[in-house]
Design a protein around this ligand. Sequence first.
Ligand SMILES: Cc1cc2nc3c(=O)[nH]c(=O)nc-3n(C[C@H](O)[C@H](O)[C@H](O)COP(=O)(O)OP(=O)(O)OC[C@H]3O[C@@H](n4cnc5c(N)ncnc54)[C@H](O)[C@@H]3O)c2cc1C
Length: 392
Amino acid sequence: MRSDVTIIGGGPAGLATALSLESLGLSVTVLERAPQAALAEPAFDGREIALTHHSVSLLRDAGAWARIPSVGISPLREARVETGRHNHPLTFDTNGQGVEALGYLVSNHLIRRALYEEAVSRPGIVLRAGVATRRVRDDGDGVTVLAEGGDVMSRLAIAADGRFSEIRRLQGIGAIVHDFHRSMLVCRMAHESPHHHVATQWFDDGQTIALLPVNGGASSLVLTLPPDRIEVLRTMERERFNEEIMARVGNRLGAMRLVSSRHVYPLRAVYAHRFTARRFALIGDAAVGMHPITAHGFNLGLKGQGILAQEIAAGMARDGDPGSAAVLRRFSMRHRLTTAPLFAATNGIATLYTRDESPFRYLRRAGLRAADSLAPFKAAVTNMLIDRGKTA
Ligand SMILES: Cc1cc2nc3c(=O)[nH]c(=O)nc-3n(C[C@H](O)[C@H](O)[C@H](O)COP(=O)(O)OP(=O)(O)OC[C@H]3O[C@@H](n4cnc5c(N)ncnc54)[C@H](O)[C@@H]3O)c2cc1C
């Protein structure tokens, strides 16, 4: 089998890349390990993805945004960051920004479903699900992806197989892995008092909690603790779980009740040593797997595939080759410039807010107070949250 580009991994980054490249007139094969049913009707996985304005416009251009039901899109009007009992909140809002929301929260499974529906409607995309990919072979002027049920020959192979990418490893590309020794529990909680579309991130000694406003009188609970304590909470009987969460949240939203399944993610951030090899590129979490605290992961994945599509379009205009060394060199340089500072800053913030030794406690209290009084800092963060679409 032949196609211009082969993408390994049909997650949100892989599918978004397939749509962008098909729009350039390229034929694309997507190989996904999970079965077709899991792609067509992905199950709720607890993740509520905070999308920037730029990401929304990329999803709109890709044809996926219109496929997300409006009830599944929750505007984020304000974000508050607090430190436990020493309460001096740092607030970010849309005042003076000329937009109705800082960003939009959408469940990951709805994003995946919308991208899948759009991908299967495109004549230039072949999606093979339930396929195990063995490896990628460099053939000089092309590349072959060796896969169950038939190999695929292309001019470029792209791995979008997630942060613990097996294909990245098989290509001999190492990665920086930052283990925070914490896990994150995510689930939906219905509550008595309205959230007014305000997100609250709350750093207390020993725990980090975020409450993200979703539609239907509910919030997404995002709780970070050491893995053994998270496991106790994941399996705890529902009534006890509700009581435990209300105690941790401190009665901010009245009575709370678990209304979804509970999901746990170990917190490990990953940054690939290289984003490319000959006729090969990494995209999405396979290139940069962020700590979720700053909500950049998928936003950066979308940005990365946008940069790659721009460089491939330029390469096609130059010499008709979507996988040339020049295309990959420029993509790699631009994606590194876009992601490296955010990766370092996010890891710094995550470390500051998950360590309980006294210098870290003092720094976070002092930090929030100082940050709230610094108008340029707040404006810069608000602009970063809104992100109207500047790329490196
Ligand atoms: C709790 C949590 C909250 C988050 N919140 C946000 C947020 O607010 N904003 C934000 O921007 N990001 C957020 N993220 C990050 C976001 O979820 C990820 O960046 C995004 O899902 C990555 O997509 P991906 O397609 O790169 O990888 P994945 O979603 O991991 O998809 C990889 C795909 O590849 C397939 N695959 C794996 N191996 C193979 C193989 N060998 N062959 C074929 N297929 C394979 C898998 O089955 C899967 O379908 C959050 C993450 C977590 C955990």
